[in-house]
Every structure is written in C-alpha cells, then in structure tokens.
Design a protein around this ligand. Structure first.
Ligand code: GN1
Ligand code: MG
Length: 366
C-alpha cells in the first residue's frame, strides 16, 4: 500500500462515501496532486478523491474557496444557458467535519467530487476533432467567466505564469546546482538563457495595458477537459486549482504546448516531437469560436506568444525541478524532468521556425 492510501478510509468516512481503501485505484496522469477513483461497492457510484499537493499549494483553503466559487458560478451560468450543470461543471462534496475540504490526521488536504460518468479524458490529441473540442471548451470557459469578479480570486500559486520569475528561479537553481546536474544540461540551460528577453513579452504587454487580466484556468492541457462519450464534445473543465487572474493567451498557449504535437511530454526521441501547424490552426479556430467574441484584437494577435511562452516556461520549470532533484513534478524514471524539458525546447524551436505562419493563422481569425 502506498503512503496516501493509508488515509483513504478516514477520508471516505468524512465524505460519507460507503467504500474503503480497497475500493480505490490510482487515477489520472496529474504530476502534482494524488488522485484516486473510488467506487462504492453497493451503489456502484464513483467518486474522484484527491489529496491537494501541499508542496504545490501552500494554502489549500484558498484553493478550495477559488474552486468552489468558480464551479458554483459556472453551474449557474450553465443552467441559465440551458445546459446540464451536473455534467458540465464539477460539484465538490462537503465533508461532515464542516468547511470546504477535509484535513487528514496529518493535516493533508482532501476533496471529493462525483465522477462525471460517460466521459473520456485523453492524453494526446488523437484526432483534430478531439483537439478542437477541447479548444471550444476552454474558449467557452473564458466566455462563461468573463464577468466573474477576478479580484475575488486568490493567487493559489503566486507567480505561477510569471515567466520572468520562472527564469530567475532557474538561474538560482543553476547557481546552487545542488545535485551537480548542471553539467549534463548545459545546452538546455543556454537555450533558456538565450530567451531571457522573450520571458518579458506578455508580462510587459500586461503592464502596458495591452493585454487585460482575466479569470484563467492556467493548466489547459487536453487532459483537463472531460469529453462526452456519446457526442465527443468537451463538456467539463477539471483541475481548477490554478484558476487565478491571468492572461487568456496563456490558456491558449498551454493547450498548444501540450496538444499541438503527436508526442508525449517526456518523449526521448526528439525527432518525433514536432509542432503540428494544422493542429495549431484547428485549436485557434475552436478556441475563438468557444470564446465567442470575448477576446480583444490584441489578445488574438498575441496568441502565438502565448504558445511560445507557455512552452518555454514549462521547459524552464522542468529544468529547474531537475536541477533541484525532482521535488515538484512527480517522476517515474530518472532524468524524466530533463527529458520533459527537452521536448519543450524542441517545440519552442519549431514555433520560432514557423513564427510567420503562426502569425498568419491567427490573423485569419482576427
Ligand atoms: C502540472 O498536475 P498536472 O499534470 O495537471 C502543473 C502544470 C504543468 C504540467 C506539466 C499546479 O499539471 O503547470 O504545465 O504539470 N501544475 C501545477 O505537465 O504546477
Ligand atoms: Mg491535470
């Protein structure tokens, strides 16, 4: 039995779920939280049970205030639009101990939501239609939340998409070189340092008032959208821990980073890691369709920057974690975070090579 399983009995009891640790299996592909799928033996009802990572989230109370504020708001908006809020928004259970989440005997924060049945979750964009469905869903997320009071949201991970700060942290990790790993990743470190000026592009546009601050998801990977098994449509956005005030171009960009290619994030054969321009266009069209006029002309023009910066930043984060000893992103093999960093560098290079084409694509939809 793993470490986290040891808490499941008490957690399930706190949420009145008639199941125990034996009814739980590890679930999903997240790198940060610990996630289980639990099935009640008698009713057959399924629940997603999650321990929020204390390493990533210092204030789980604030995470849950954000998440519940957002899911309840989304539920109301979905209902107003004639949708089904039980399938299109997550619904978190309240523990019988009160509050928005449950703290286990060692202070670990847990939450539970009913699994949305008849949905699928994909790790790679197996078809363009699938990728488009996720784009529409994330675009719709922007539209539904356009009037949400962004100022009431906590910054659950301060400086989360602060690319300048991410680079500063990489520099600090290189200087400290705790494990003596810097010697094996010289080219990757140089790659990031050569792009120091890029790290300021979106942040400067925000400071200049060119890009507006919005409610953003901040982790818009394909695997954070549940697809309806029957219609193939992206119906429900999950993983709301990093919903914060942010830039819409970053939500777009993180999707491109993860989805507009045909390889795993930790692929070691870099010849397989290539930006797919057709998928870039498919996603752009779908995201803007879902957003339905929410984005400004400047935001649309900056979309390629969102793609490049989210990819560069993720590469910087993987590299920093590698240098620090894999303390943030879970790994299942040695050097996995360095491999993840390398795929991101390859994708950034591809974007730079095809920059004019990316700009031409977004211009079509402006
Ligand atoms: C983390 O846990 P997961 O896989 O949903 C990370 C994202 C990264 C992603 C890289 C809170 O997301 O920012 O882009 O890994 N989430 C957090 O795969 O740091
Ligand atoms: Mg996730």
């Amino acid at each position: 039995m793993g470490k986290m399983e040891a808490y499941l009995d008490e957690v399930l009891a706190a949420f009145d779920i008639k199941a125990g640790a034996a009814d739980a299996v590890h679930f999903g592909q997240g790198h940060v939280n610990d996630t289980f799928m639990v099935t009640e033996p008698e009713s057959g009802r399924r629940f997603v049970v999650q321990r929020i990572s204390p390493a990533a989230f210092k204030r789980p109370d604030q995470v849950m205030e954000n998440v519940i504020g957002i899911t309840e708001y989304l539920g109301r908006e979905i209902e107003k639009n004639g949708g089904d809020r039980t399938r299109e928004a997550l619904r978190f259970l309240r523990p019988r101990t009160g509050g928005l989440y449950y703290e286990d005997r060692d202070g670990g924060p847990w939450r539970v939501y009913p699994y949305v049945e008849r949905t699928l979750c994909y790790q790679t964009a197996e078809t363009p239609e699938l990728f488009a469905a996720s784009g529409r869903a994330f675009g719709r997320f922007q539209r539904l939340l356009r009037d949400y009071p962004a100022g009431t949201l906590y910054e659950t991970i301060p400086h989360f998409h602060d690319t300048e700060d991410r680079l500063a942290k990489l520099k600090a990790a290189v200087a400290a070189d705790k494990l003596g790993r810097a010697a094996v990743c010289g080219p990757e470190i140089d790659f990031m340092l050569e792009r120091e000026a890029d790290c300021s592009v979106a942040l400067q546009a925000l400071r200049d008032g060119v890009l507006p601050l919005r409610v953003t998801h901040n982790d818009t990977k394909l695997n954070n959208v549940l697809m309806d098994e029957d219609t193939g449509e992206g119906i429900c956005i999950i993983d709301l821990d990093t919903v914060m005030p942010g830039l819409a171009i970053n939500d777009f960009g993180d999707s491109i980073r993860f989805g507009a290619n045909h390889s795993a994030e930790d692929e070691t054969d870099l010849s397989k890691v290539n930006l797919d321009l057709d998928l870039f266009e498919v996603y752009t069209r779908a995201f803007l369709e879902g957003a339905g006029g929410t984005l400004t002309a400047a935001e649309i023009e900056y979309l390629p920057w969102g793609a490049k910066l989210m990819t560069l930043e993720c590469g910087i984060r993987f590299l920093t974690d590698y240098l620090e000893g894999d303390v943030y992103f879970h790994i299942s093999r040695e050097h996995q975070n360095l491999d993840r960093c390398r795929t991101q560098c390859k994708l950034v290079s591809d974007m730079e090579e095809h920059w004019d084409e990316l700009a031409a694509i977004v211009k079509k939809y402006c």
